[in-house]
Write a protein that binds this ligand. Structure first.
Ligand SMILES: Cc1ncc(COP(=O)(O)O)c(C=O)c1O
Length: 406
């Protein structure tokens, strides 16, 4: 069950290679049932049965026992998904949630109390920003923001009550990058819990724990699913941090459904090949768009022109699947570009096998003031492309024909 300390222990010898774990998660799987199935089974059940009242009583007696009770607490299919992420991220334990936001909210609620202070990068996903500024203050938790391009400012924000530092790298949607190792050292020195949202990179590209992060979380809805089908989230880290998080989730209910876990777990079998292709396509597109007369700036972590290119090279194995560019002509040109797209989808998700375009200034971030948008790098003509697995020529042709009309 729950405290997925590599719950499927027989796999640990084959997929654990010291602290830095990679590559071998394809065969992490729930032990075969009597049916000898090849693909992993789906335990689509709300609860589990016992052979005696005594056995049932013992399952409830100790929260840390490895006994399934109820799928809000634990489920073998969900455990398999967690095991894989734990192995991929080089963590000790993990817990899954219904969405990425549930992973973030549960982390804040478990480790922050009234009177605490959190420091966060300002360039973060919109709903995380809303959580930090609208909801946490209701419970007496205050937040200070720092600019990701100025990590030297962080130290000045630390107070006696600072409990957590939170960031995304690369950030959504601006693709800002920060040196994880540098921030981790600062957090250790000041006894602050360091939490990284690794959604844009995935563990196939970047493992923040290797650089000193305490907890790593994901919206599994994105590249981990990779085909835009289900919602999910996950948090991994040290066993003693996951235990209270597990209890929070078990008691408050944002658990991952076994069906979604099955889909996500199967997706992880192809994570590395998908991320390689996403990144190969994204780099080609980013390079081809550089210098285009209708574009003032292209941003991609593995382009030498990215302001944090050297840091990206240090901590990422490729540049990931997201590219942004700034169309000359502001919001109007951005809208025209979106309307002219023929193949690329207009939808608010990312990390799909199919390429997706979004225009944050007229959609996800339209409710922010222009000044607020500028502060987090969302300029009027910013276009975010989640580069899919299609042939790169098809993606590029669609972008170029839409640019011609914008
Ligand atoms: C970086 C990042 N974190 C968290 C989330 C939230 O994830 P979910 O939609 O699964 O709740 C998103 C969603 O886009 C995201 O991009």
């Amino acid at each position: 069950m729950p405290l997925i300390i590599l719950a499927s222990k027989e796999f640990s010898a084959s997929y654990l290679r010291g602290l830095f774990i990679t590559k071998d998660t394809i065969r992490i799987q729930t032990p075969k049932t009597g049916e000898k199935e090849h693909a992993t089974p789906l335990f689509l059940t709300s609860s589990f049965t016992y052979d005696s009242a005594e056995e049932m009583a013992s399952a409830f007696a100790d929260d840390t026992l490895d006994i399934n009770i109820y799928s809000r607490f634990s489920n073998p299919t969900v455990d398999e998904f967690i095991d894989k992420i734990v192995a991929l991220e080089g963590a000790e334990a993990g817990i899954a949630t219904s969405t990425g936001m549930a992973a973030i909210f549960s982390t804040f609620m478990t480790f922050l109390s009234k009177g605490d202070h959190i420091i966060s990068a300002s360039a973060i996903f919109g709903s995380t920003h809303t959580m930090l500024t609208k909801y946490l203050p209701k419970w007496g938790i205050e937040c200070s923001y720092f600019n990701m391009s100025m990590p030297e400012d962080i130290e000045g924000l630390i107070k006696a009550n600072t409990k957590m530092l939170y960031l995304e790298t690369p950030s959504n949607p601006g693709l800002d990058i920060i040196d994880i190792e540098l921030v981790a050292k600062l957090c250790k020195k000041n006894n602050i819990m360091f939490v990284v949202d690794n959604c844009f990179a995935t563990p196939a590209v970047q493992q923040p724990i290797q650089f000193g992060a305490d907890l790593v979380l994901h919206s599994a809805t994105k590249f981990i699913d990779g085909q835009g089908r289900v919602l999910g989230g996950v948090v991994v880290g040290k066993k003693d941090l996951i235990q209270p998080l597990y209890l929070f989730i078990r008691n408050t209910g944002p658990s991952l459904s076994p069906f979604n876990a099955w889909v996500l777990s199967k997706s992880l079998e192809t994570l590395f090949v998908r991320m390689d292709r996403h990144a190969e396509n994204a780099l080609k597109i980013a390079k081809s768009l550089q210098g285009h007369p209708k574009i003032s700036r292209v941003k991609y972590p593995f382009l030498e022109t990215h302001p944090q290119y050297k840091i990206a090279k240090k901590q990422m194995s490729n540049g990931g699947g997201l590219v942004t560019f700034e169309i000359k002509g502001g919001v109007d040109a951005g809208r025209k570009f979106m309307n002219a797209l023929k193949m690329i989808s207009m939808t608010s998700n990312l990390g799909d096998s199919r390429t997706i375009a979004s225009h944050p200034a007229s959609t996800t971030h339209s409710k922010l003031t222009e000044q607020e948008r500028n502060e987090v790098g969302i300029t009027p003509g910013l276009i975010r492309i989640s580069v899919g697995l299609e042939h790169s020529d098809d993606i590029l042709d669609d972008i170029l024909q839409a640019l011609a009309k914008s």
